[in-house]
Design a protein around this ligand. Structure first.
Ligand SMILES: [Zn+2]
Length: 472
């Protein structure tokens, strides 16, 4: 999530001129184990100093939130491994998927032939299911894609490309451990396959095992040059180098790192503040993220350097909360709001398994930090009436390409819609919407089920709400 300090001209409330806005997030790994950390009590609560960063017992569960370059990297731009050609393959593929749909009857016939003991039909059936899975993947239906890919595997259990494609789908779902199981199987069959190393690197990266990620990606490159791997490797090495120089603290829900120039007292106060916000958001959303949340405090330069954020972005995230804190010795009210905003993204990300659209992420994060539509309401209502408002569908994906003022409007609309939903149906409506998104619904389908509204209805109602609530 981008968390920008956006100047909306006349539309912006004074509170929006925050200097510190932060945070991309990467994987939030589950480190519930007590491990061999040294724990100690301070006024800020329980803290600990682990013997090393790698000491964590981590499981998969990253929360890619697809917004920033950093998030895009956590959600790595890696294409699925290609299937080798088999004879008659093209015919099977176009039999299985044609006219924009999967031909289940065709696939059933292949299956019947395979079950009748036709050895060649096994490979064909596997390929047909694989084609179906690719089609579903292209539609964003991970659940069905995975089901088909796994079925494909039952017909051709030793086929490395199928093993890798199942692994790939698990990676896309941030299920790193599961993906590793399939990759290990693929490696046994095809030990020198560059794609196996490439995907294993991704799995380790997702589990925050940087040393192993780097090793696998180096191995992949040695086997075959690949710009996707090079990009991923560069990023992992940058992260690793940067974070190795960080000190570490821990509280019950957070692992916090900070550069030598940050005050230890500030770090403790940040953790204390985050824990308080954690309780507040937990009771609002009726949910606690199962995975511990990484937080990194930066100097301004280190932040710009590692996040590579464009100028207008005050912050971004991909699973870890990243906060520039240069010059601060304590938690100011502004910093506290930034932390709550960022923390909301972690909750939403984990609750929806990374599938919340940007407008819900940013709308809810702003709501939680205490922003309300206020001064923006009149302008937004006017923009809507003039037919110039962006649709919520347009605000689902990345906001990275937006210009300053467009980004300002995007944030303002996101807040307004969330505000309308909360003020009308309560936070429980939000909770139910997030749950449905988390279990695979599209956002609009979730809205239809919970609010009985589609995107147009919601915008309409929000515009009316703004007029009624803030109009004079
Ligand atoms: Zn944000």
């Amino acid at each position: 999530m981008l968390c920008a300090v956006v100047f909306l001209g006349a539309v912006v409330a004074p509170a929006d001129t925050i200097v510190l806005k932060n945070g991309r997030r990467i994987v939030a790994n589950n480190v519930r184990e007590e491990g061999d950390k040294v724990k100690y009590e301070t006024s800020a609560g329980e803290l600990s100093l682990p013997k090393s960063i790698v000491d964590h017992i981590e499981k998969g569960g990253s929360v890619p939130m697809g917004d920033s370059p950093a998030a895009a990297a956590a959600n790595l731009a890696i294409t699925p491994p290609a299937m080798g050609a088999i004879s008659g393959g093209t015919e099977i593929e176009s039999g299985a998927v044609h006219d924009g749909a999967i031909d289940r009857e065709y696939i059933a016939k292949l299956e019947a032939a395979a079950h009748a003991g036709n050895q060649r039909a096994n490979a064909g059936t596997a390929l047909a299911h694989h084609a179906a899975a690719q089609f579903e993947l292209s539609r964003g239906d991970m659940e069905r894609a995975l089901a088909d890919e796994r079925t494909a595997l039952t017909y051709s259990p030793e086929e490395p490309a199928l093993l890798m494609n199942v692994a790939y789908l698990h990676l896309r779902r941030s299920e790193y451990k599961q993906s590793l199981d399939y990759l290990e199987r693929a490696r046994r069959v095809a030990p020198d396959n560059a794609d196996v190393a490439k995907l294993e690197g991704w799995a380790y990266y997702g589990m925050n095992k940087m040393d192993q990620a780097v090793a696998e990606w180096k191995r992949a490159l040695a086997l075959r040059p690949d710009p996707e791997v090079q990009t991923a490797l560069d990023k992992a090495q940058r992260d690793k180098q940067e974070e190795e120089s960080y000190k570490e603290n821990e509280s019950s829900h957070f692992t916090l790192r900070y550069s030598g120039s940050a005050e230890p007292a500030l770090a403790r106060e940040v953790l204390h503040t985050l824990e308080a916000h954690f309780s507040a958001i937990e009771s609002e959303l009726n949910f606690a993220p199962p995975d511990s949340i990484g937080v990194v405090l930066y100097t301004q330069e280190a932040f710009a350097d590692i996040t590579r954020a464009p100028g207008w972005v005050g912050a971004l995230n991909d699973g870890r909360i990243r906060v520039p804190v240069q010059g601060l010795t304590g938690v100011t009210p502004e910093l506290s709001r930034v932390l709550k905003h960022e923390l909301t993204h972690s909750f939403v990300g984990q609750k929806t398994r990374g599938h919340a659209p940007t407008w819900i992420q940013e709308g809810l994060a702003q709501w939680m930090e205490g922003k309300r539509s206020g001064d923006n309401a009149a302008v937004l209502a006017q923009v809507f009436q003039g037919g110039h408002a962006a649709s919520l569908g347009q605000l689902e994906g990345s906001w990275m390409g937006l210009q300053n003022d467009a980004a300002g409007y995007a944030y303002a609309w996101a807040l307004a819609n969330i505000e309308y939903i909360v003020q009308t149906g309560g936070m429980s409506d939000i909770e139910r919407i997030l749950d449905r998104i988390g279990s695979g619904s599209s956002t609009e389908a979730a809205l239809r089920e919970v609010l009985h509204s589609d995107y147009n209805d919601l915008m309409q109602s929000t515009a009316e709400y703004l007029r009624k609530t803030y109009g004079h």
